[in-house]
Design a protein around this ligand. Structure first.
Ligand code: ZN
Length: 387
């Protein structure tokens, strides 16, 4: 038997290969073995019929929080990410240098979801809803972060820093954590990921000024202070400059960071997201985010083509985290992650994170997920049956 698993009859949408056509995909020993017009079921131990459905690479979510039981934001990765189509996720700062060993041992190594991480420059990470990670300024610790990165280069992709003033992040550290994050990232040769809203500065210009090519501005369409627009609703010059310099503009929808008016106006003015991510955590997994596919759905509503939207959760994030050809594609030899989606049509309420809604006509529903050649079926129908 040549193959372990065959997905037959679906429409393969794989932006990395510029493919959007009916193709069969076969898996062997955990990897993609063949993509052809017609592969016989006789050649495979198991065959899944995907007629009328979409077959995509496993999705990559660059911003989630999956350290349950330690970080107050944490949710279980396998039921909220993997089973919903995100086979690879990047935890965005739930763990810092003091808590990363536990994150590695008790979550990353035992989960089926492929989990990578941005290490919080706060050694505590995001532990408590009552006391922010920079409440004690010394928590922003460059030496500890660097030591942890050296021991975990296989998993840590960069440094995360949140800059919101107030008790949830920082009452008294000001912009110091940003500069500590820059220092650690530069010393480690890694990028930083920044959560900019309501920071201790006059405008986002002060944040973009310290960002370099490959750094990630997440929550790029938030509607709070330190957003990408000026007071008159025009995209700031510093934003166009940052895009030109190769800074990644990442969606990071979250519970407070996706604003319909902001995203609609920004896209009209030519600011499209580089990558689409969910910022999925305990405070938004039951709405308005639900899962990464539901965020992709919102960009279909905004007029983005299916291929362009899927590119931002497959090959583009794979490039950003330096794993092209391994994940985010179904090219032969890649790591064997796929999703069978139904693109449902109907009338769907699409809520942003500030209480506004739009009415969409499509929804991407994951029917089946394949990770490293193994099948995971969708067990969370309630999400898909909502209006
Ligand atoms: Zn987050």
């Amino acid at each position: 038997m040549a193959y372990d698993l065959l997905i037959k009859g679906g429409i393969l949408v794989d932006p990395a290969q510029n493919l959007h056509e009916r193709k069969d995909v076969a898996f062997s020993q955990g990897s993609v073995a063949a993509v052809e017009n017609n592969i016989s079921p006789n050649e495979s131990r198991e065959t899944v019929q995907a007629d009328g459905h979409l077959v995509t690479p496993g999705l990559i979510d660059l911003h989630v929080h999956v350290f349950p039981g330690v970080s107050h934001f944490g949710i279980d990765p396998d039921t909220t990410c993997l089973s919903r189509g995100a086979t690879t996720v990047v935890d965005a700062g739930s763990a810092g240098a003091d808590t990363f060993p536990g994150f590695r041992k008790y979550v990353i190594e035992i989960s089926d979801t492929r989990i990578l991480a941005q290490l919080n420059i706060s050694s505590q990470g995001m532990l408590s809803a009552d006391i922010g990670e920079f409440e004690i300024p010394e928590y922003a610790n460059v030496e500890k972060a660097l030591a942890m990165i050296e021991d975990n280069r296989d998993l840590i992709l960069g440094i995360k820093v949140r800059l919101t003033r107030g008790s949830i992040v920082s009452e008294r550290s000001g912009m110091t954590p940003l500069h500590k994050a820059r220092e650690a990232a530069d010393a480690a040769g890694l990028p930083i990921m920044i959560h900019p809203q309501d920071a201790w500065c006059d405008s986002i210009d002060d944040i973009l000024n310290v960002m370099k090519r490959g750094d990630i501005l997440t929550h790029c369409y938030h509607g709070s202070r330190c957003g990408i627009m000026d007071g008159g609703g025009r995209i700031r010059d510093s934003v166009f400059d940052a895009l030109e310099r190769g800074i990644v503009f990442d969606v990071g929808h979250g519970a407070g960071s996706f604003n319909w008016k902001t995203v609609e106006s920004a896209m009209e003015q030519g600011v499209l997201p580089t990558s689409i991510s969910s910022d999925l955590h305990i405070y938004n997994v039951d709405g308005p985010v639900y899962d990464l596919a539901s965020v992709v759905t919102k960009f279909l509503h905004l007029g983005m083509s299916l291929d362009d939207a899927l590119s931002r959760v497959t090959n583009v994030p794979a490039d950003i985290i330096h794993m092209p050809g391994q994940i985010g594609t179904l090219a032969p030899g890649s790591w064997g992650d796929a999703v069978v989606f139904e693109l449902r049509t109907g009338t769907y309420q699409l809520d942003d994170s500030s209480g506004e809604s739009r009415t969409g006509s499509h929804r991407l529903v994951p029917l089946m997920v394949i990770k490293s050649g193994s099948v995971y079926r969708n067990h969370n129908q309630a999400i898909d049956d909502r209006n």
